[in-house]
Design a protein around this ligand. Sequence first.
Ligand SMILES: Cc1cc2nc3c(=O)[nH]c(=O)nc-3n(C[C@H](O)[C@H](O)[C@H](O)COP(=O)(O)OP(=O)(O)OC[C@H]3O[C@@H](n4cnc5c(N)ncnc54)[C@H](O)[C@@H]3O)c2cc1C
Length: 360
Amino acid sequence: MGVRWFPLVGWAERGGYLADGHGNSVPRFHVTWGTGPAVVAPFERRVRDAASSGLVGLRFRHRVDELTLTGGAVDGVRGAILEPSQAARGTRSSRTQVGEFELHAPAVIVTSGGIGGNFDLVRENWPDRLGPAPERMISGVPEHVDGRMLAIAERAGGRLVNRDRMWHYTEGIQNWDPIWARHGIRILPGPSSLWFDARGQRFPAPHFPGFDTLGTLAAIRATGFDYSWFVLTQKIIEKEFALSGSEQNPDLTGKDIKLTLSRVRPGAPAPVEALKRHGADFVVARTLPELVEGMNKLTASPLIDLADLERQIVARDREWTTRSPRTCRSWRSATRAATVVTGWRAPPPRTRSSTPRPVR
Ligand SMILES: Cc1cc2nc3c(=O)[nH]c(=O)nc-3n(C[C@H](O)[C@H](O)[C@H](O)COP(=O)(O)OP(=O)(O)OC[C@H]3O[C@@H](n4cnc5c(N)ncnc54)[C@H](O)[C@@H]3O)c2cc1C
């Protein structure tokens, strides 16, 4: 097809429950060489070839508002033609109508994407099993991912299934340089950051970074708060933080070998460093008391207790410094604790994991 792969496989969503529970038992997260527009490009080329030979018709700026019916069968679409727009990819484009259209076909397939940009719809379909929907959310998708076609399809007699099968990432932070409204970026984390709830209590296994996002979401909602904390060091952020999104990975997106190789240099990748410096959700401090002070300033009430947080970090660090592999429980054995339950045989991949060391 023309889609190439970066020769490194990550291990996302490891799960961490029983061996017959959900979760990836092997690394299977493939990164394309050339992301976002580069993934679309080979398909676009073929579609444009077909369009130039008259096999395909492209109707940009045509918004479907209705599915048409004849004798109870869907036979076409009707909608508005929107005025031309030069809006950059992902940014809001004009919804001013300049005309109407109607098209008919023997078969109509709706491929209108998800609902993530429409928080009302997300809340309406929020499953009880995840606890109550958060008051505050950020969005990994632009506003046009509005789920509007679901109701349109339903009005035409479509039967909607699995409305509650939604996927949310809990390691989301506000983009300091947003492209769309409420723009959130997902941290693709390695396993070494310590994950605490709003009151500063470490989440139990298997709620470790990158293990089970929906399980962790339910755990966070059970605390009654809509946020949690990662506590980590500069070394961990340098090695383990990657950001989701083609614009956050200019090297992979642009197939830039030199820029990609610079990832092995010391220091965090530029987009990560920028988010650390400018991100509204980051607290950067030289000492733990300063860090806790900063965390408590960022929230409505000061919920983090320095002594309690320190106790948990010291306990975790002690496991690292206890050299016996039998008693060492951190990510290797945090993953091992999870490993025991999932039955993993292979060690976790080391490519994007910080060398085990104490956090303090
Ligand atoms: C933060 C984030 C990270 C992700 N990371 C990954 C990843 O690493 N790997 C992976 O495989 N997947 C990932 N995904 C998921 C993946 O991006 C989506 O599943 C995929 O893009 C959905 O494709 P789609 O064609 O179904 O919908 P879309 O790409 O949303 O396309 C739907 C199209 O329909 C159009 N449309 C909608 N309504 C109308 C209407 N009424 N009239 C006319 N046109 C309409 C829209 O304009 C849009 O062009 C991620 C998603 C998010 C949000």
